[in-house]
Write a protein that binds this ligand. Structure first.
Ligand code: TV1
Ligand code: CA
Ligand code: ZN
Length: 397
């Protein structure tokens, strides 16, 4: 509604099945699918649906998910319910369900939930393949920890791997970029034996005061894929480990220089960007101090390379700020600037109002050094960038 212009010949598609919203991991679980309801409400309130093509994708089928996942794992996942689950069944724990952390609970409609978010990522990938859009968005996806036979870190099906596999049918080199605060280990592992996918993850890395590593504990700067010289995937992963409290300027500098170097050297023909919103300041699980526009800067930077782009969600545990960020990033994709005052006629407006909820504006200040002191010095970050550049010696387009 305010100054939105769609650049000629440039198209954005939005892939969303609203049934994903009605699933619950359990009341105390930090993953809240209704953050997608909030996101959708903001996107609609700003009129962004008029600036892009909307799709309501069908759920993915068992056979479609089996392109990546083991059938035994999928059989278990498709049959398990809160009623029939046996938490002492060895298969239950071996497939990653329940356990002490209960990161991956069995809840009502689990199979429906995973097929919906996966179907949306696959539908988005097909849209890029058919050249129906230049940027395809699925905020319900981005579940980067799932392995072919293992649920991990709130992720059951790896929709990112499935989407990349589709892109590989036409693209020789696909770049995967992950700005979720957690390491994108599942995607990295899935493509460790190929040089046709390069994975780049920015994340918090380190041991906490309680002695536990920040989840999943992998992704140090020296982890760059297999070291066996016979493996073509050698050197085709780059990990950027970051400490607590990184600020906007540091992150933007780091992202621009490292991502730019990877795109220049690897020269991908398609890019998949996981935009986990748990890297924002004030996230319930995250440790960074980023503001919404710094997070969005990463999307804009990648978009400006003009390659087919699949933009997907991921983590994000302070729902009102997840919604703000993904609404802003949808606007970045269509080239719109949004009014800072939120439209007041929208459902769930209370979730954004009051000083503690961001004062009814789209861009509240999330930089909150009281929660996470900045342990990243410019000197340390500079050294890390030097090391990252050194790691890129394996790739030459
Ligand atoms: C049930 C109820 C589960 C409350 C899990 C936070 C909960 C967490 C819960 C939680 C929680 C994690 C670990 C511990 C490894 C385990 C979507 C040593 C308040 C992409 C996944 C983080 C992040 C998993 C997913 C992590 C993503 N943190 N309350 N669990 N064991 N698990 O640390 O990357 O964002 O926290
Ligand atoms: Ca990451
Ligand atoms: Zn995360």
């Amino acid at each position: 509604e305010y100054g939105m212009e769609k650049p000629q010949g440039y198209s954005v598609s939005f892939h969303y099945n609203p049934h994903v919203e009605y699933h619950h991991f359990g009341s105390s679980h930090p993953m809240k699918p209704w953050r997608l309801t909030l996101t959708k409400q903001l996107v609609l309130a700003y009129g962004l649906e008029y600036c892009m093509e909307l799709y309501e994708p069908r759920p993915a089928t068992f056979d479609e998910l089996a392109i990546f996942h083991d059938r035994e794992y999928l059989s278990f996942l498709s049959n398990v319910t809160p009623q029939n689950a046996k938490p002492d069944d060895p298969a239950y724990l071996a497939f990653g369900f329940g356990g002490d952390s209960n990161d991956c609970p069995v809840f009502d409609g689990l199979w429906n939930y995973v097929s919906i978010y996966s179907g949306a990522s696959m539908n988005a990938a097909y849209n890029l393949l058919n050249k129906q859009s230049d940027v395809a968005i699925n905020w319900s996806g981005g579940l980067h920890h799932a392995k072919k036979n293992l649920a991990s870190g709130f992720c059951y099906i790896n929709d990112i791997v499935l989407a990349i596999q589709l892109l590989l049918t036409q693209h020789q080199r696909v770049l995967y970029i992950d700005i979720d605060v957690h390491h994108g280990d599942g995607v990295e592992a899935a493509f460790e034996s190929t040089d046709r996918v390069f994975t780049l993850s920015y994340h918090k890395f380190g041991i906490d005061r309680n002695g536990y590593p920040f989840f999943p504990g992998t992704g140090n700067i020296n982890e760059m894929g297999p070291i066996n010289p016979a493996n073509p995937g050698k050197g085709h992963s780059l990990n950027i480990p970051i400490d607590d409290g990184i600020d906007d300027d540091q992150y933007k500098w780091l992202f621009k220089i490292v991502t730019g170097a990877v795109i220049d050297k690897y020269n991908p023909t398609a890019i998949v960007l996981q935009s986990g919103a748990d890297s924002l300041g004030g996230d319930r699980l995250g440790r960074f101090n980023l503001n919404i526009k710094a997070h969005g800067f990463c999307i804009e930077t990648v978009k400006n390379y003009g390659r087919p782009l699949l933009l997907i969600g991921g983590g994000g545990y302070t729902p009102r700020n997840v919604a703000r960020t993904w609404c802003h990033e949808t606007a970045v994709c269509v080239g719109a600037e949004l009014h800072n005052n939120l439209p007041t006629h929208i459902p769930y407006i209370q979730a954004f109002q009051g000083a503690e909820n961001g004062g009814g504006i789209l861009y509240p200040d999330l930089h909150n050094t009281k929660r996470h002191d900045n342990l990243n010095t410019d000197g340390k970050l500079k050294k890390m960038v030097e090391q990252a550049m050194e790691n890129l010696r394996y790739i030459e387009a």
